[in-house]
Ligand binder design. Structure first.
Ligand code: ADQ
Length: 446
């Protein structure tokens, strides 16, 4: 039995070192903890095992669960709805049924490994019903929930079929964490609208308990990124990338994202194409490198995005490229963290322009990597990161003219001011890394 249990859609094995895993793994290890999640492969349920000092409790998903719970309700209903409906959410009864069944499976697996009075931390939009289910089965537990994506405005949330059950699900937690204060406020307003509750600031009384909703902006493993950025081999790779991709060109612009319609990749590429077309930027002086990790490729909207982006890349390179020199390198690939840091070091201008993003860790990774205080960040105001990184060149990604203005402003700004901006952004990120985020959340959860 475990005193601390992390519950997330995915297990911390084979997932590659990500911020969440590196933040929670040490806490889970030192507190004799467990992690409940899916391996990522359908129809597979290995026996529980130990991994780096943490008890791993796998939850099985059938192929149909992957279709309905994961790609359906999670990624085709909740994901788009919670991101301002930038793509139309799809609603299907069978997906909701599967989502509830899988959430119940997660809650039961958690109840079976949590010690009396244990602390349980549930993560993200795939598991919105788990806190409520767990509360009913195990009223002795201390339950925290953190939402990694935005929480939508009340009017949008109201479109969600069985919306009240999702609110009740979250209210099963003692502490509900969001990326931004506005998200916590949206949630509190819904408790009034749907359940007639009376929140007082961050707290609301519900079924004889007090539930707290508050913002805990997530961050990155700063030491890991800084370590890679200081590695001479990574620095050599950065110089080589600069030569291979840029040649003698003065400016290297970079985008790094999962290929997702929330990330504003097509708008960014469109803006770059217009800058080439109107002669503001020329293929002789600048190059854009866009790395896009394949993601959710079985979902139709993601296939369509891929086609749109690839068509536009082809058009721009066809129109503005030369033999042996193209203005846009598009890499539909995942990269190791060392390779990403080398790219961050090689980039004069980092373009992070999502239409909506809970936080956006790429922006923080870029800042952390720039120990040299070089580089410039063009950042969408619709990311959580924008509240902390207001020394970036902030843009409205829906407005191609504003995107172009932001890019041009970053290019035109002198090195002294760029250094001053980067220094302030680095101070912020270094003082708020992912360890601090996890400790803050767990301290409040108590
Ligand atoms: P994501 O939507 O996945 O995360 P983000 O915060 O940018 O977005 O994190 C992506 C991670 O994947 C970063 O660590 C990045 O380095 C990595 N990555 C991106 N492209 C890659 C590539 N080509 N190769 C290898 N790695 C790549 C969700 C929410 C965000 C929130 C995070 C954490 O959507 O808003 O910031 O969770 O809460």
């Amino acid at each position: 039995m475990n005193q601390f249990v992390v519950v997330a859609n995915r297990l911390p094995v084979d997932a590659g070192p990500g911020g969440l895993v590196s933040a929670l793994q040490p806490i889970a290890r030192s507190s004799g903890g467990a992690w409940v999640g899916w391996t990522g492969n359908p129809d597979e349920r290995p026996e529980p095992f130990e991994h780096e000092g943490v008890h791993i409790q796998p939850v099985e998903l059938t192929g149909e669960d992957v279709d309905h719970y994961y790609e359906g309700q999670s990624n085709s209903t909740i994901w788009p709805l919670f991101h301002d409906a930038v793509e139309p959410p799809v609603h299907r009864r069978a997906w909701r049924v599967a989502y509830e069944a899988v959430n119940r499976r997660f809650a039961e697996a958690t109840a079976s490994v949590a010690a009396e009075g244990a602390t349980v931390w549930v993560h993200d939009y795939q598991l919105l019903l788990v806190p409520g289910m767990l509360r009913r089965a195990r009223p002795d537990l201390r339950i925290g929930f953190f939402l990694h994506i935005p929480f939508p405005p009340v009017e949008l949330f109201m479109q969600l079929p069985r919306r009240t059950e999702f609110v009740r699900g979250l209210l099963g937690a003692d502490l509900v964490g969001f990326q931004q204060p506005l998200a916590a406020q949206n949630f509190m307003r819904l408790t009034t609208q749907l359940l007639g509750l009376h929140p007082q600031g961050e707290r609301v009384a519900y079924e004889g308990r007090t539930v707290t909703a508050r913002a805990f902006p997530i961050s990155i493993d700063v030491a890991e990124i800084e370590g890679l950025a200081a590695d001479p081999e990574v620095q050599r790779d950065a110089a080589q990338l600069r030569k291979d991709l840029g040649g003698d060109r003065r400016l290297l612009l970079l985008g790094v994202d999962r290929l997702d319609y929330t990330k504003g990749i097509d708008q960014r590429i469109e803006a770059y194409g217009e800058l080439l077309a109107d002669g503001t930027i020329s293929n002789d002086e600048a190059v854009l490198v866009q790395v896009a990790t394949p993601s959710r490729m079985r979902v139709a909207q993601y296939q369509q995005l891929r086609e749109r982006v690839e068509r536009e890349v082809g058009r721009i390179n066809g129109e503005f490229g030369d033999v042996g020199r193209v203005p846009l390198h598009y890499l539909f690939q995942s990269r190791t963290r060392a390779e990403l840091v080398a790219l961050y070091l090689a980039a004069d201008i980092m373009l992070v322009t999502p239409l909506r993003d809970g936080m956006n860790l790429v922006a923080k990774e870029y800042v952390a990597a720039r120990r040299d205080e070089g580089g410039a960040l063009v950042l969408s105001e619709f990311t959580g990161a924008a509240s902390e990184l207001d020394d970036a060149f902030l843009v409205n990604p829906y407005d191609v003219d504003d995107l172009k203005r932001g890019i041009v402003a970053a290019i035109a700004t002198g090195p002294e001011e760029l250094t001053a901006r980067m220094r302030r952004m680095r101070e912020r990120v270094r003082a708020h890394d992912v360890d601090r985020w996890a400790r803050d959340f767990l301290d409040v959860l108590g």
